[in-house]
Design a protein around this ligand. Structure first.
Ligand SMILES: *[C@@H]1O[C@H](CO)[C@@H](O)[C@H](O)[C@H]1NC(C)=O
Length: 324
């Protein structure tokens, strides 16, 4: 009942503020921020404002693990990703507005990109229409980031990660360890310890013997999956992970997604998506997470416009509510 009331109030507000000739409303946008950031940071708020500049009336929800912003920032470093993704699934599927939207668009920054993929593959309620990721680690990381000289907290953190990556402690408590991926440098095959212990990436990329068919079905149901790689990214090692490529950091050899078995045998639906024209590989200048508003505006206009979404907006919402 409370939910219904909230919705009616929201609809009333949008009915009052909408002009009679307004174009169809854009579908909502969910944003998952990166490591060390928080859902209510100025940067993330600014992204939501840009989304509204490009597509006025966009309802934006910044994904969070806690309403308290410090706790939310902490959860980008510490936690069990299985539980974190489940919590986000529960939050979105019970959200008064998002749960009634026929679909949403999704934008992931850095690690938030692969976590959104986790949301899509495991839950997808509400379903994502277009997924855009910037500098994400879809094929994991092969090295932990280097720290600025004198940054002892960072150094202690990286030392903890390095020494314990495959321990059950790290795999259930330290976030980057759960998307660390190591390969046998001779054969290029994923390492045994990775396949055995990875709490997130080996599962979400369906690399184990037993495949989860739902992962491929859900991911290939996207309209578009657009992956941006930062041209001069030195934070993500290897940067080609943003495009699902595998880099052998010993030899420097890069195997592109379309030449990899995850694609050829279509473990997670990327081939199917590609064949229907839904997979895009893009680059953007600069280092990790360095970009101009211009790029984001272009992305929002190209992929998130209400024309691209083809959704009747409030009218359909109203219909859903009447049927409740
Ligand atoms: C992470 O959480 C899930 C769900 O609670 C649990 O089943 C799993 O064992 C945890 N992972 C690790 C590595 O402890």
């Amino acid at each position: 009942m409370l939910r219904l009331l909230t919705l009616l109030v929201l609809l009333l507000i949008s009915a009052v503020t909408a002009s009679p000739f307004s174009p169809p409303s854009p579908i909502p946008l969910i944003i998952w921020h990166g490591l060390g950031d928080k859902y209510d940071s100025d940067g993330i708020k600014g992204v939501g404002e840009l989304a509204n500049k490009a597509n006025p009336g966009t309802f934006v929800y910044n994904i969070r693990l806690s309403e308290d912003s410090e706790t939310d920032a902490r959860a980008t470093f510490f936690g069990n990703l299985t539980e974190q993704i489940q919590q986000v699934c529960d939050d979105l599927s019970s959200h008064p507005i998002l749960s009634t939207a026929p679909s949403v668009n999704a934008l992931g920054f850095s690690q938030g990109g692969q976590f959104l993929r986790g949301y899509i593959q495991r839950c997808n309620k509400p379903p994502v229409k277009n997924l855009i990721t910037f500098g994400s680690q879809h094929n994991g990381i092969a090295k932990y980031q280097s720290c600025a000289p004198g940054d002892w907290i960072c150094k202690a953190w990286v030392a903890l990660l390095r020494g314990n990556t495959w321990s059950s402690y790290a795999q259930s408590h330290l976030v980057p360890a759960q998307y660390y991926r190591s390969i046998d440098e001779e054969t290029g095959e994923p390492s045994e310890e990775y396949l055995e212990n990875s709490n997130f990436l080996a599962d979400i990329n369906n690399e184990r013997k037993v495949k989860n068919k739902e992962y491929a079905e859900k991911l290939s149901s996207l309209d578009k999956f657009v992956m941006y790689m930062f041209e001069d990214d030195t934070t993500v090692i290897p940067k080609e992970s943003a495009w699902f490529a595998q880099t052998n950091i010993a030899s420097g050899e890069v195997i592109k997604l379309r030449d990899r078995v995850i694609y050829k045998e279509d473990w997670i639906g990327l081939k199917k998506l590609d064949e229907k024209g839904g997979l895009e590989f893009k680059t953007t200048p600069g280092g990790h997470m360095q970009f101009e508003d211009k790029i984001l505006l272009e992305v929002f206009e190209t992929y998130f416009s209400s024309k691209a979404a083809g959704w009747g907006g409030a009218k359909e919402w109203m219909q859903d509510i009447i049927e409740l």
